[in-house]
Design a protein around this ligand. Structure first.
Ligand code: NZQ
Ligand code: ZN
Length: 386
């Protein structure tokens, strides 16, 4: 097991009716801005619950954060924050709204000349950010309990991530009832994203960390068990509660402790979203199976473990091996109606492979647990997603 430091300062307030807790959680002496997306919180009652809990306090609103939030939109919020001396932010929405709020919180206090540098340095240059809390409405990213944010820039067709302890939320409210209004596509996206988050921290090589391996497998097994039913029973509270907690646990840093991590599916996926507009989870469903097929020899130890533990595949039997586990993973994505080929999204695989290869090469980056996913390897992975 590798050395690690683990500190997660996010206060989680979980359960039915928990938005009312905002009354105590919102700081009394701060000027607050509430940040949200395209209006789903108005349709599902979350907006009214937040304002009720705020009890008549004056709250400035910033609406219109898009899915895959744009730098350009975030900078408009930063302008208002500076002009109106806002000192506390409240995100109400999914990963996009929370990620945007993290970037806005950071850019509002950033002393450098170009806030895009926060993204270009992956957050390395960041020292402070405005404090903020969140009300989560979509189970997927784990952004509610982690220090990560992913921001896109329309002008340059880029999608970059940053991470910094300065952007942990102070608190996150997780009321599973907010998930009742989610369309099937977003529930499916959340399931695939959660699944792949676990895999980025698990499907590497054996590192003598059986507890973390079993914690990861627990999230995956629970997710596989819940998945068919969350679509059948949209207002089953316990199903939504368990789904929500799985997503948070998948990316709050716990299962990564002392473990090697991959993240190349995400890095390639972000390019597919930046160039072709695929939903985040759609991009992951395309990349992951092909990446595993290409890197099978390097991931064999863990693929074998995964085959046995998750799908009960007896890999000792002739004809039963890791390929079966990869096929079953792809079938799982199909079972929640998330397609896994670039052609399913009208994207030419060769063109996408070339674009991503050129971008990785220009940035001189290599991803993955062994830093072996170079531009050329990314080309091979995407060319296999036809
Ligand atoms: O715009 P609104 O009205 O908020 O509608 C959203 C949006 O259209 C809607 N929605 C959210 N909650 C709803 C709802 N509709 C009905 N009922 C509800 N309760 O769903 C749509 C998608 O929302 P979005 O926030 O974009 O989805 P998600 O939570 O999947 O976030 C995706 C973003 O997070 C980033 C992704 O790259 C992408 O930009 N990620 C962030 C991570 C992190 N911070 O750690 C990790 C992830 O790997 C990921 O990269
Ligand atoms: Zn993700």
């Amino acid at each position: 097991m590798n050395n690690f430091v683990y500190c997660n300062p996010v206060k989680i307030v979980f359960g039915k009716g928990s938005i009312a807790e905002l009354k105590e959680l919102l700081p009394a002496n701060k000027k607050i801005m509430m940040i949200y997306g395209g209006g789903s919180i108005k349709a599902n009652g979350v907006y009214d619950q937040v304002l009720d809990a705020a009890g008549g306090r004056k709250i400035t609103e910033f609406a219109g954060i898009e899915a895959n939030p744009l730098y350009e939109t975030c900078m408009k919020a930063v302008e208002i924050i500076k002009r109106e001396n806002i000192t506390f932010l409240l995100a109400a929405g999914g990963g996009s709204v929370i990620d945007a709020t993290k970037f806005i919180a950071a850019a509002s206090l950033y002393a450098g000349s170009d806030p895009w540098d926060i993204l270009k340095t992956g957050g390395q240059c960041l020292k402070s950010a405005l404090p903020f809390g969140t009300v989560l409405t979509l189970a997927a990213t784990g952004s509610e309990m982690n220090p990560n944010s992913v921001i896109s820039r329309a002008k340059t067709q880029e999608k970059l991530a940053f991470a910094s302890p300065a952007v942990y939320p102070q608190f996150s409210i997780l009321d599973p009832e907010t998930l009742y209004s989610l369309p099937g596509r977003q529930i499916a996206n959340g399931i695939v994203d959660t699944f792949v988050h676990v895999m980025e921290q698990y499907m590497t090589y054996d590192n003598n960390a059986p507890l973390q391996d079993r914690q990861a497998e627990a999230v995956i097994s629970t997710l596989l068990e819940l998945s068919p039913h969350v679509f059948e029973e949209p207002e089953d509270y316990d199903l939504k509660a368990n789904l929500m907690w799985c997503s948070t646990q998948a990316l709050n840093g716990l299962i990564a402790c002392g473990q090697p991590q991959d993240w190349s599916t995400h890095m390639i996926g972000h390019e597919l979203t930046a160039f072709y507009g695929l939903d985040h989870a759609q991009s992951l469903a395309v990349v992951l199976p092909s990446l595993w097929r290409c890197r099978k020899e390097f991931k064999k130890q863990k693929l074998l473990r995964y085959a046995k533990r998750i799908f009960n595949i007896d890999t000792g039997c002739p004809g039963r091996d890791v390929d079966e586990a990869i096929n079953k993973t792809e079938e799982f994505f199909h079972s929640v109606k998330v397609p896994t080929k670039l052609s399913d999204y009208g994207v030419d695989a060769k063109e996408a492979a070339e674009k991503v290869r050129d971008r990785f090469n220009a940035r001189k980056v290599a991803h993955g647990e062994r830093a072996e996913i170079t531009g050329d390897v990314a080309y091979e992975i995407l060319a296999g997603c036809k």
